[in-house]
Design a protein around this ligand. Structure first.
Ligand code: NAP
Length: 303
């Protein structure tokens, strides 16, 4: 395995909300980039920005020293890594695959085990910071796998994120990310409850947000999601469907370890109510809609 340098050829697979700006940041940092995406729009956006295009994950792997994926759920990463024309078919000694999707720690370990014979190192390196963090290159990156592989990839990860945390062996990055999602979901619920309470009690929710987000109740949600709610913007930075996937993974892990997560289970059920209404593709700030229904009020209309 060579030392990580700016000459590493990077392959990038999964050019969605997160992947597109992340891939562009690698181009901006001077890395040669070859990309593949399931559908055309993602590919076209990156080719226009200066990336080369490959015909499959296998072809991306053949042409890369490091392949990055940021897809949807566990099955998507499994398919791209191990499926027909997958990364494993284009594997070569020393190839590193960095999976930045949020998926199951157990599936992550299973993929890493399959990679051993092919000589591929897997790093799980899920991220936090949302679409804005991806655009600005300020993501938090939580990595699991061999420490040497992580250190080798540090320079390119620094083009994507501001805070890089090595969490432990394969799967540890995913476990930390699921802990992150527990906090994110409960902060979202806390924000929604505060908004509804302010509205019902006759205080302008925007005034409440201005005060609370500067004190002990401050959260990423209050800074980033509350303004969207107040302006009626429910477009996704992070989709309800993906949040539900993450909460399912967190609850599965908790069950395996006999760990009650009552708050997480509650938010999972409230999001299920949104999904039942067909709102799975909205942003997670839509959680407030479930609370508005329960309280028979509307937050964005004010008191
Ligand atoms: P997204 O916009 O839905 O993008 C998903 C990408 O994966 C798309 O490029 C999609 O291809 C591709 N894909 C999905 N399934 C595939 C399959 N079976 N085979 C090949 N390609 C497949 O999602 P996102 O918001 O970027 O999130 C991606 C991952 O990052 C998820 O695991 C999510 O939980 C995590 N994440 C998201 C955020 C956020 O704020 N959005 C923050 C942190 C972490 P198409 O373009 O063809 O659909």
């Amino acid at each position: 395995m060579s030392e990580g340098t700016e000459r590493d050829r990077i392959g990038f697979i999964g050019l969605g909300i997160m992947g597109r700006p992340m891939a562009k940041n690698l181009l901006k940092a001077g890395y040669p980039l070859v990309v593949w995406n399931r559908s055309r729009p993602g590919i076209e956006a990156l080719v226009e920005a200066g990336a080369a295009e490959a015909g499959s994950p296998r072809a991306v792997a053949q042409r890369s020293d490091v392949v990055i994926t940021i897809l949807g759920d566990s099955a998507d990463t499994e398919q791209v890594a191990l499926g027909e024309r997958g990364i494993i078919e284009g594997a070569h000694e020393g190839l590193v695959h960095i999976d930045m999707s949020t998926i199951s720690p157990a599936v992550t370990r299973a993929i890493a085990a399959r990679y051993v014979e092919a000589g591929v190192e897997l790093l799980d390196a899920p991220v936090s910071g949302g679409e804005q963090g991806a655009i600005e290159g300020t993501l938090v990156i939580m990595a699991g796998g061999k420490r040497e592989a992580f250190e080798r990839c540090r320079p390119l990860l620094e083009a994507l994120g501001r805070t890089l945390v090595y969490c432990g062996p394969t799967g540890a990055g995913q476990i930390v990310k699921l802990c992150n999602q527990v906090v994110v979901a409960l902060n979202n619920l806390a924000m929604g409850e505060a908004l509804v309470l302010a509205a019902k009690a006759g205080v302008d929710p925007a005034t409440m947000v201005e005060a609370v987000r500067s004190g002990a109740g401050a959260s990423w949600a209050l800074h980033n999601l509350a303004p969207r709610i107040l302006s009626g913007d429910f477009r996704p930075g992070f989709k309800v469907a993906h949040q539900q996937k993450d909460l399912r993974l967190a609850l599965e892990l908790a069950n395996q370890r006999s760990t009650p997560l009552p708050g997480t289970a509650l938010v999972h059920q409230l999001f299920a109510a949104l999904e039942a209404e067909g709102l799975g593709e909205e942003g997670t700030q839509a959680l407030v809609k479930a609370l508005e229904k329960l309280a028979n009020t509307s937050v964005s209309d004010g008191p």
